[in-house]
Write a protein that binds this ligand. Sequence first.
Ligand code: ATP
Ligand code: MG
Length: 332
Amino acid sequence: RPRVLSGIQPTSGSFHLGNYLGAVRQWVDMQEANDAFYMVVDLHAITVEQDPAALRQNTRVSVAQLLGAGLDPERCTLFVQSHVPEHAQLAWVMNCLTGFGEASRMTQFKDKSLKQGADRTTVGLFTYPVLMVADVLLYQTQTVPVGEDQRQHLELTRDLAERFNTRYGKTLTVPEPYILKATAKIQDLQDPTAKMSKSAASDKGLISLLDPPKTSAKKFKSAVTDTDTVVTYDEANKPGVSNLLRIHSALSGMSVEQLVAHFDGKMYGALKTELAELFTDWVTPFQTRTQEYLDDPAELDRVLALGAEKARAVASETLAEVYDRVGFLAPK
Ligand code: ATP
Ligand code: MG
């Protein structure tokens, strides 16, 4: 079975709708036919300042949401990144293969460091894409389901895998991104030219999955659109409406063409109201399931212990091979 891997940050407790539609939903689908590894990437979270107690709690809440969304620990390997020390170990080797200029071209780093301010930007944030490279290569991953914002990091991953193989001999699998066009870039509801993001400056346009559904319904209803009134799909001129149509389509299963016909003669308000209802219908049982996992910390710990063990079995094998290829003297 093809090997799949992906991760999500526990930066803020709740996932947002972009995380779910762009990534997590594909994870759930892919656990059936693939040998899938999914993780909560707490090492990545500390690239920006985190409160220790909040990070610990947010990691639990993240795992509970993944289970609530439908990951089944019998079918996939679900773990916390810091439970597998090989991630940081392989990242060091990969750091030593990465050009400084190459790392400097990562647009997410540029965006995030701009947001943080130069004096608060850490070296960790700078090399975070290289840690992600290690995350993927450690599992000899073939397919990485992610949103559009990760495309550049996946290209770096492919480049570094090839570089390692050229320098040291074929060792690492060169992965492919799996990016579903329809949901790869869910936009902020207040600023439809920016991606919905956990680290957005304002949460007005952010649909957080753990917010009371009424709060999210209000956000859908006050989503920024345009001064036109006709519901049509036009990414360039109607980014707000097009974003709402993509979200509706993803939640309802109707195609964008069907939706445009469905809303013929109706105004934006109708689209927003329907979307709020669709979302509420999906998110309510999701929240119930997530809460059930949060109420059973022993079960959550059991799932994570099992996941860490399965992940380490694969990760340690790759790391040992890499260490050997690089020329590290094996401890006797
Ligand atoms: P941050 O802004 O702090 O980086 P994030 O919202 O990007 O947080 P991540 O944990 O970095 O969340 O991303 C988890 C997954 O969700 C990744 O696969 C990412 O590509 C995907 N993703 C994030 N935002 C969106 C979005 N707006 N639309 C579609 N996919 C997204
Ligand atoms: Mg991100």
